[in-house]
Ligand binder design. Structure first.
Ligand code: FNR
Length: 420
């Protein structure tokens, strides 16, 4: 009703309400490489399409005459009651959408009581984002998303920092031990990472800084010349076009040589493809925070996670960015939820584009649902206020859909909503 009233007063929404229009508006606001990185998926993008298509296949069967005049969207997650079943999915390199994007998106989440899952690939250190959230809502809920580095010391350091920064859970993303084959990015030279964006969690880390210093010392000792380690003018120009706002500062930074050592160190330590179930014990011993495994699509892996003492699983195919031809996350959800059988929360993402999608995911067994690309687009279009508006729209659509379906609370949502 707020939207209708604003319309009467002649005020238009800040961000397009329809998903396609939002993506289009974001595209106008972003550099080519920036948009390619956010919108792109693996291979022929069949899995990204399948995520959307899976939602289109489900049909809600409403029940009538059930007094839905008051409705409760809250859910309990890790011992805390949350006002909605929504999370902000971790998205790396948000500065491609807007400078200061990590803090802006997290502040919007904080204002609405939505946990923000802070990406390991953020452009601002987690401590700064946590402080920005506290300025909106003291103690606002944040979780830390970890990419398991090949440096165990770095894993331990990141987790320790997350605890100190007040993060409430560690989300370990398991589908990115190799970076997916993404033609849109490859066609543009993989600009974000090859030019050092999205590595602030690393460059702000004392263990990582030590690794960079070692690398610089090694390359000096081996007589490596500046010519070999400096970026080409074309690379600087391309990098600066992504960071349109401060190209001068950037050029100076790149010339110093140290950022390149940082990028190379990052590429070395980013992931550990040799990781196995046995390694989880290392993390379990180091933190008392709940551990969520993100990227679980097979029921046997969900059972294995429970055996390993994991506190939650997140059904996700990374928005189709990793394996082309991978199962749609929504299609994998029911079997994982059945295997988990209510013992731990089942989180979900990949393809959620509105409140009705949230309801469908809940009906198929999700406890809570993470919003991904749409908030990055809203950030590009209208910054913090844009993300807040997108999230409020999603909550409003969920609330309306719940009531129209004949339900009074998220807790009542089950497979019967889909006529099953
Ligand atoms: C992601 N995702 C992601 N996941 C993660 O665990 N750590 C990360 O740093 C990132 N970074 C990232 C960047 C971009 C640009 C995108 C689009 C996605 C995956 C993200 O958390 C989530 O799984 C997907 O976004 C869900 O798909 P949709 O709904 O956005 O299509």
């Amino acid at each position: 009703s707020e939207v209708y009233r604003a319309g009467v007063a002649g005020r238009r929404p800040r961000v397009p309400v329809s998903g396609a229009a939002l993506e289009h508006a974001a595209r106008q606001r972003m550099s080519r490489a920036g948009f390619a990185y956010i919108a792109g998926s693996a291979g022929l993008e069949r899995t990204a399409d399948a995520n959307a298509e899976a939602f289109r296949r489900h049909r809600i069967v409403p029940r009538v005459l059930r007094d839905v005049s008051s409705r409760d969207l809250s859910v309990e997650l890790f011992g805390v009651r949350r006002p909605t079943p929504l999370l902000l999915a971790p998205i790396g390199v948000l500065e491609l959408a807007r400078r200061g994007g990590d803090a802006a998106a997290a502040r919007a989440a904080a204002a609405l009581g939505i946990p923000a899952v802070l990406s390991n690939q953020a452009s601002e250190p987690m401590e700064a984002v946590a402080a920005a959230m506290d300025a909106v809502t003291p103690g606002a809920s944040r979780w830390f998303q970890l990419y398991w580095s090949s440096s165990r010391e770095l894993v331990a350091s990141l987790v320790e920092r997350a605890e100190a920064a007040g993060c409430e859970a560690i989300v370990v993303t398991l589908d990115t031990h190799l970076l997916g084959w993404r033609p849109r990015d490859l066609g543009l030279g993989y600009l974000p990472f090859s030019h050092g964006l999205g590595i602030a969690q690393y460059t702000s880390d004392p263990v990582f800084q030590g690794l960079v210093r070692e690398r610089v010392a090694r390359s000096r000792a081996s007589g490596e010349t500046r010519a070999r380690t400096s970026p080409t003018p074309a690379a600087v120009a391309a990098f600066a076009s992504i960071l349109r706002h401060h190209p001068g500062a950037l050029r100076a930074k790149l010339r110093s040589g140290e950022p390149l050592a940082a990028v190379e160190t990052f590429l070395d330590v980013f992931a550990d493809p040799s990781l196995t179930w046995d390694d989880l014990a290392f993390l379990r011993e180091r933190t008392r925070l709940p551990i969520v495994l993100k990227g679980v699509l097979h029921p046997d892996d969900a059972r294995r996670a429970l055996d390993a003492g994991i506190d939650g699983v997140q059904v996700s195919n990374h928005g189709g960015r990793q394996i082309d031809g991978e199962v749609a996350a929504l299609d994998a959800l029911p079997a994982v939820a059945e295997a988990v059988a209510g013992r731990v929360p089942v989180l979900f993402d990949s393809g959620v584009r509105g409140g009705a999608d949230v309801l469908i995911a809940l009906a198929l067994g999700a406890t809570a649902v993470a919003i991904g690309r749409p908030y990055a687009y809203a950030l590009a279009v209208a910054g913090e206020a844009g993300v807040r508006e997108l999230l409020r729209n999603t909550i409003a659509e969920l609330d309306i859909t719940l009531g129209l379906t004949g339900l009074r609370s998220v807790a009542e949502v089950d497979a019967s909503v889909l006529g099953a």
